[in-house]
Design a protein around this ligand. Sequence first.
Ligand SMILES: Nc1nc2c(ncn2[C@@H]2O[C@H](COP(=O)(O)OP(=O)(O)OP(=O)(O)O)[C@@H](O)[C@H]2O)c(=O)[nH]1
Ligand SMILES: [Mg+2]
Length: 155
Amino acid sequence: MNTDDGSSIDILLNLWDFGGEKKFRILFPSYVSGASGALMLYDITNKDSLEDLHNWINIIDNVQNPPRTKILLEHKIDLEDQREVSREDAMEVFNQYNFEGEIMSTSAKTGENVENAFKMLGEQILKNSLIKCSNCGKHYPIELKFCQYCGSKRF
Ligand SMILES: Nc1nc2c(ncn2[C@@H]2O[C@H](COP(=O)(O)OP(=O)(O)OP(=O)(O)O)[C@@H](O)[C@H]2O)c(=O)[nH]1
Ligand SMILES: [Mg+2]
């Protein structure tokens, strides 16, 4: 990832994929609490999947230590001919909640933008959840009062 000051750092993303099945939903808040980011997507061929996002976002935004970064993807873009969800409808959801960046169009089938989506997630997490230590220059979680690498106090 490129940082604001032009240097480059590695970010290791620890990804937890959550199953959308109803029977698992009780577990969702404990999965999402403390996470740095949430990668959320809807299926462009399924209008309900966009509507469902309201519920998911409400849970995410109301847990303790909610993710500081939310990314929205329009998924299954290889099925453009079966599109049910307009870009405008998605923009409404995007604007209603504080999503970062842009709505990226992805396909697991063709691989389109899959890497870019994770890159955007990493870049936004870097921006929103990590700060650069003024002493050692390393990046550490914004919640900490002291750098986890050199112990220097945050100013
Ligand atoms: N054409 C197409 N099909 C896709 C794409 N991504 C997923 N699918 C298909 O959509 C179906 C659902 O995909 P899953 O990955 O199981 O969806 P999910 O949201 O993770 O489902 P849960 O884990 O049960 O919540 C499967 O049949 C996939 O093959 C895509 O980009 N294009
Ligand atoms: Mg799944």
